[in-house]
Design a protein around this ligand. Structure first.
Ligand code: SAH
Length: 235
């Protein structure tokens, strides 16, 4: 059982949603062992010392850092898509170990409604609780395409482009310490945006002859990169 606590301090207590979840849904009892993590890389094994009406009190047994984290830092720049599809991408990208998730507006993004970033953050937290990561990825407010170019021009950026004929994903992967992935919206990206990305040093790659949904493209691209970068081995 893993619980997210924003700030780990002594004495340690679960309050609010974490307490309700622990005490009432999972029926945690005195003497049980649970794991608490702060979303910034610190994780503690704890023993439950008391369960009260409004809080669960814990004794810290030991502390570890960066459990479940990747060796390389991954950032996902995902075009704004419908909330439920974005949520799926956030959940899966979190499980895969991504550190930053940045929604992007490009020319063909449908600007209907706003993404609910608070809800995306909660989804990332519960994905971390479930998958054993100790850092919760940051989820930013959406940025414009020009800012994407500005921010990624010095990073190793890979972007699957549905009209790319040659660029291979495997060949675009190197041993950079930080990798960014940009995935376009359901409407695709314009020729000018593609040229601007390439001029900024990004690697355009194909994911084959089938057009994937944006969230599928994001999850599969990240999966392949993580596997090729050695994130799927346990040493
Ligand atoms: N409207 C576009 C498809 C956009 S799919 C069309 O009909 O052609 C959304 C995003 O997923 C794309 O911008 C791209 O980043 C990625 N994507 C989907 N399928 C892909 C493929 N086969 N190769 C490369 N990228 C792909």
């Amino acid at each position: 059982m893993r619980f997210y606590v924003n700030n780990i301090k002594s004495p340690l207590e679960l309050t609010g949603d974490a307490h309700t979840h622990a005490a009432y849904s999972l029926r945690v009892r005195v003497g049980d062992y649970i794991t608490v993590f702060d979303g910034k890389g610190v994780e503690c094994s704890c023993k439950v010392t008391s369960v009260n009406k409004d809080k669960t009190c814990l004794e810290i047994i030991d502390t570890r850092e960066n459990v479940g984290e990747t060796k390389t830092e991954y950032s996902l720049y995902l075009s704004v898509i419908k909330q439920d599809r974005f949520e799926l991408a956030v959940q899966k990208a979190t499980e895969l170990g991504v550190s930053n998730i940045i929604p992007v507006y490009s020319s063909y993004t449908q600007r209907v409604g706003n993404l609910n970033i608070d809800r995306l953050h909660k989804i990332a937290i519960s994905a971390c609780e479930q998958c054993g990561r100790s850092k919760v990825p940051t989820i930013e407010q959406p940025i414009e395409f020009d800012e994407l170019l500005e921010r990624t021009k010095h990073t190793h950026m890979i972007f699957p482009w549905e009209r790319e004929m040659h660029g291979s994903l495997m060949e675009a992967i190197d041993n950079s310490k930080s990798v960014s992935v940009f995935v376009g919206p359901e409407g695709g990206i314009t020729e000018q945006e593609k040229i601007a990305l390439v001029n900024a040093g990004a690697h355009s790659v194909t994911l084959g002859p089938r057009i994937l949904r944006a969230e599928t493209a994001a999850i599969t691209t990240l999966s392949v990169i993580c596997c090729a970068m050695g994130e799927w081995s346990l040493d």
